[in-house]
Design a protein around this ligand. Sequence first.
Ligand code: MG
Length: 437
Amino acid sequence: MKFGSSGIRGIVNTEITSESVLCIGRAVGSEYHDVVVGRDPRTSSEMIECAAISGLLSMGCQVTRVGMVATPTLAYAARNHDCGIMITASHNPPEYAGIKLFNPDGMAFDSGQQESIERSIDGSDFRLTSWDGIHPVRTDKNAVSDHISMILSGIRIEKQMLVVVDCGCGAASLTTPYLLRELGCDVITLNSQPDGFFPGRSSEPKEEHLAPLCSVVRDVHADIGIAHDGDADRMVAVDDTGRFVSNDRLLAFFGMREAERSMVVPVDTSMLIDAVLPGVTITRTRVGDVYVAEAIKRIGADFGGEASGTWIFPKVSYCPDGIYAAARLVEMVSQEEGRFSDQISSLPTYEIKRGTLPHHGGMGGMDTMSRIEEELRTAFEFSDINTLDGVRIAFDDAWALVRPSGTEPLIRITVEGKTRDEVKRLYLQIEKIIKES
Ligand code: MG
């Protein structure tokens, strides 16, 4: 059983079973003595939760259950415990199950912590506690209200706002609409009843899944639309004209208001960030919100995020908090002149092209990548090169990233520039290099 950058994920009863989760519970319980457990609304989550709790208890661990909550709510609850276990497969389809582990400061387990759990699962030589060392399970019914109170204490909405919220039938259904109402907003909800079948839309809040949200925002003349993924560590937005706001633009919008000195983004982030934050130090990391959070903590950055819709506000948590982000975004929009669409329209626009090419150099493609890097170094006169995650070459007003997929035999290409012609030319040049490497 291996952790990835987003914890453990797999199809339930095939890749992730009660037996395997029992072992994960035992492995966590052998290192941590006081663990809080939460779950998303998937049909499998209660089964996985029971197996994890059983494993923890068998090691003599104290277990507190917070029930169905969003991932950032569980990460916030972890502050009172040694660690937190969230049973969720995030935005994956409903047949998936997953587990993510959190430290008390909301930071997901780092690779060292995950490897330690993996080693103890592989060893499987657990020293079970004796009969009188097994504790009763505690229940904490206040995790959601504690999280909401923490957010309420730092947010003030300046004017009457009409907000449409699409929770995708995920865990935020129990939080975001209520929070926004407590903040004084008028709230219309879509897909805001928890349902593990995700009947309303895909649990991934991509533009192509949000047409109903866009049209409701337009029809009711709302000020803003908000959508979450299944476990609400992500949040995306729709402006008052019913147009999806690209996550690159949302990242810039947040960054301009949160990052005074420093901000962290992954290597695949738009150069829009550099354009709108000239005095701010931008640190680029490997792709994945865990790497962004780790870098924020390491350098003490003000803010960070990823264009997948994850926004990390270190003043509240190192866990991406889609629920806090929703409240903070509505606050920002309410505090400034004009409609949300006007506030967003002043940001510059760039052309971006993303694509993939098959490659047969094995998973991860490192040998192929060294060859590609050599060829790119020879072919281009770039101003900067970053090889943290694939190869990113930057020019004065364009950049390109070539990255092997971690899960499929593919190479991903991203090119961004000022004009469509320039982007197309650069993309074709890089595509040719990869095909010949
Ligand atoms: Mg998620």
